[in-house]
Design a protein around this ligand. Structure first.
Ligand code: G3P
Length: 218
């Protein structure tokens, strides 16, 4: 399973990259605003800065919601850097835009996906990635992981090449369950990725190894 980090924070992206396990980055307008990145030029420069830190795909979201606007913004984003993936919302105009980008060989990430039907449309339009938001479904008492399961089944039925990018991942168990289901990618916060490291028996075992080594070498 590919690991993407879901942030626009350069320090966190560098930390994940230095771990050696990072496959890409996803951002969205809220994450950019959280880092205080505003204004078109600053936003575009920030995407390039992210691309210069990581080796994999970097999702950059369009703001327009009309077809022409999405095409204009998406082409500008794609021209920024070869690692840019154009993130397009799951709306009717978005599906048309994804088809356009797909025909032109521009990678896309269909975002704000909350149902299997939406994921099916994204695949048929030729999206590179589909982003079901599992945490936000959990927030409204609906099983987000079940959606990943259902999309996996439908995509496998027909051999769709669209990659399932589990998004709105909040914690370690989301990552582990996504891996068990066979999600192609997960994107989550650094805390969830780092959290996978933790086990008390590892800490206890290491402390004992080091103490025994010290005793033997005193
Ligand atoms: O990748 C989508 C993600 O940014 C949404 O996460 O935690 O805001 O639901 P969250």
């Amino acid at each position: 399973m590919k690991f993407f980090i879901d942030t626009a924070n350069l320090a966190q992206i560098k930390e994940a990259q230095q771990l050696g396990i990072l496959d890409g980055v996803t951002t969205n307008p809220s994450l950019m605003a959280k880092e205080g990145i505003t204004g078109k030029n600053n936003i575009l420069k920030h995407y390039v800065a992210i691309c210069n830190i990581v080796e994999g795909d970097v999702s950059a979201e369009v703001i327009a919601t009309d077809y022409e606007g999405m095409i204009r913004e998406g082409e500008e984003l794609a021209d920024l850097h070869e690692q840019i993936v154009v993130k397009v919302p799951m709306i009717k105009e978005g599906i048309k835009a994804i088809k356009y980008f797909s025909d032109k060989g521009i990678k896309t990430n269909c975002t704000l996906v909350f149902s299997v039907g939406q994921a099916l449309l994204a695949a048929k339009a030729g999206a590179t990635y589909v982003s079901p938001f599992i945490g936000r479904l959990d927030d409204i008492s609906t099983d987000g992981l079940n959606l990943i399961n259902e999309i996996r089944e439908v995509y496998d039925n027909y051999g769709y090449e669209t990659e399932i990018l589990a998004a709105s991942v909040r914690h370690t168990m989301h990552i582990i369950e996504c891996a068990k289901i066979g999600s192609d990618v997960m994107t989550g916060p650094l805390s969830a990725i780092i959290g996978l490291l933790n086990h008390p028996l590892t800490d206890i075992g290491l402390a004992k190894f080091l103490a025994d080594h010290k005793k033997g070498n005193d």
